[in-house]
Design a protein around this ligand. Sequence first.
Ligand code: HEM
Length: 421
Amino acid sequence: MQPVQDPALPDFVHSLQRFDTYAEIEEIKKSRDFVNAGADERTIFLEDTLIMAEGQRHDELKRLFAPLMSRQALAYYELQLIEPVIRKSIAEWMSKRDADGLVRTDLVPLIHAVLTRISARVTGADGVDTPERTEVFRDLVLDVSAATTASYSSASDPAGVIRKGRESLQRLVDDFLQVSLDRRKDLAARHSAGEIPAEDLPRDMLMSLCLADDLSHPDDAEKIPYIWRQSALFLTGSIKTTSHTLPHVFIHIDEWVKEHPEDREKLTDSEWLHRAAAESFRLHQTTPARFRKAARDIELSNGRRIAKGEMIALHPAVANVSDEVFGPDGRYFNPYRAIPDGMRPWGLTFGMGSHSCIGQNLVTGIQNKGDEKHGTHGTAVRLLRAMYELGAELDPDNPPRRPDDNLHDTWESVPVVLRNA
Ligand code: HEM
């Protein structure tokens, strides 16, 4: 088994003060003296959204969106959206058996298919229904995702990546989002006229903003309108992060059971899968660095100083594998790792403090536990179990492939063979 390596960083990060210990990052993320920051593309696509809002405005938005991740909503996503996509994908695979009688597939498009439907549902994009429209929607969202992190692109033209992202967001608006918004504005008007009870309204980001009448900000004509920036956050925040993260889990587990064959029987044990997924989440971040700006001159408890307005780089990827915090084998996958008291098994991977991830329970399950009938195992365990019930293993003839056009710690293709299918 290989130890995980520190991620490569784009040039602009090297000019910033860097914070890579767990204690420093925890102190900074929990402090209200820092605001979220990042490269220009972050402002272009995400200005004023939940992730870039601060203080009282951030609290307001967080409260507004909290019902989207209630236990009931998570159970709905899991049972009504994830399960049908998995079942349909399995049926398609079965009809395409190779000459040797085995079924082969790729984990990455499967994860995209599952996440695309959840992402559309949480955002409030209607009409992502047929396979063709789902594919168009997914490709446009992936373009927008690439644009929101264009600084990590190794393409020679990050401005071109941003331009393409803007065009794709406009197509999402024209083909999916505008009509969805108009429908929700009408529903909100009928709700306030007493014609429709709250429980009959869709529960999604666009509906929440319509009900709060929070649809526009005084933006100039050059800017992407506020409502589409909030949409970009929810669409990219859900699909890309999870599809970056889940293939790692599968690859770590596959290597682990090859070295520890006695654990092969645990592959359909949800509790074991929860532990294994959490350990893999610790080892990989969805982005190589995160950024904050100091709202005033600050001295951290270890004496390091940050000037008012200075942008700093945080490196959870380094902190999360630290020997001091996670033990001498901190860079290795070990589903039996003892987690230090008071710490999450995935460390800093879902953030910390006020901006921590609102989608975490959707991925990890509630309190890391699940319930067969009502869902809430989380996307990761649901998908892994479905794959392992079919005897999924990495395809020995087609190793996983990394992308060659960006610096993210991710996989572009993870071919698997389904031995029990
Ligand atoms: C493996 C999957 C995921 C990982 C590792 C992840 C990670 C993170 C992290 C680290 C942050 C904090 C960013 C910061 O402090 O600057 C964050 C915020 C956020 N995430 Fe996730 N995320 C994942 C999945 C999701 C999903 C499925 C959703 C969708 C609905 C989502 C929506 C968001 C939103 C809206 C925020 C902003 C929260 C705020 O600023 O208050 N994420 N995520």
